[in-house]
Design a protein around this ligand. Structure first.
Ligand SMILES: [Zn+2]
Length: 279
């Protein structure tokens, strides 16, 4: 409407994972709408807090959303590659910023998928020394292209031993149950491992020894607030960072879903909504 001052017709804008929140709890007031005490309204498969209708996400030609939840996409950023920044980008940016990754810090990323490839790019651009933990040697070339300075095979005992006590921050993007005890000794004193991809009980049981004996932390994080999402987009605009994407037609969504389950995508699928008209 006419009261919207931050945007004008023709601007390139984006909507991320949230379209609304209570706007009055302490999390919202601090700009962390993703942790809203009344739970943010998510963009897809959620219920709108005003009209109680389901939210359908971006699988449409138009979306009506409060300007508070609209992000400006910097000029010059490829829109296809910018779309996943609003999810994978902010999910990795928020912990990198919260734990102050930058020049002089050592960051490791576990897993090279949609989240992992963004973590490598962003941590590298922030000036950190970046390492990828992976179980497959075949990922080394891609990892280095995306910003890793080092690659450690997590299945190789010798390589794991060589990085004990090394990392200030470990960005853990693994989306299934896995053993953190394997990685905690690679944190430096006061280091933090932050889980982004897995929600649930851990196996094996977490040993507190590396935590207690080094003031190390295990943490979690989900997406990011609106202000920090804009900060991330502006940073990406300045550094020319986008997500590596494969654009598909909406008609190929089931095939893409099957491939995603097999991790057969580099590194995000983006649906061209113009293809919706062809159905
Ligand atoms: Zn709130």
């Amino acid at each position: 409407g006419k009261d919207v001052k931050r945007f004008k017709p023709g601007d390139h804008v984006g909507v991320g994972c949230m379209v609304d929140s209570c706007q009055k709890c302490s999390a919202c007031e601090e700009g962390h709408e993703q942790y809203c005490a009344e739970i943010a309204t998510f963009t897809y498969n959620h219920v709108d807090r005003h009209d109680k209708m389901p939210t359908y996400g971006g699988y449409s030609e138009k979306i009506v959303v409060s300007d508070k939840f609209v992000l400006k996409v910097p000029d010059g950023l490829d829109l296809k590659g910018a779309a996943p920044l609003l999810c994978a980008g902010i999910t990795t940016w928020s912990p990198l910023r919260h734990w102050k990754a930058g020049k002089g810090s050592k960051v490791a990323v576990i897993g090279l998928g949609g989240l992992g490839h963004m973590a490598l790019k962003l941590a590298n651009a922030l000036g950190a020394d970046v390492t990828l933990f992976t179980r497959s040697a075949g990922k080394e070339q891609d990892a280095r292209r995306l910003g890793a300075h080092n690659v450690v095979l997590s299945t190789n005992k010798g390589q794991m031993a060589s990085v004990q006590g090394r990392f200030d921050l470990i960005i853990d993007t693994v989306p299934y149950v896995h053993d953190l005890n394997h990685y905690l000794p690679t944190l430096t004193i006061n280091g933090t491992l932050v889980l982004l991809g897995y929600v649930g009980d851990l196996e094996s049981m977490l040993s507190t020894v590396p935590l207690v004996m080094g003031r190390r932390s295990v943490a979690g994080s989900v997406i990011g607030g609106i202000a920090e999402t804009q900060e991330m987009l502006d940073f990406c605009g300045k550094h020319g960072i986008t997500s590596d994407v494969e654009v598909i037609k909406i008609q190929d969504i089931n095939k893409a879903y099957e491939r995603m389950l097999k991790s057969d995508v580099k590194y995000r699928f983006v649906i061209d909504m113009a293809s919706l008209k062809a159905t």
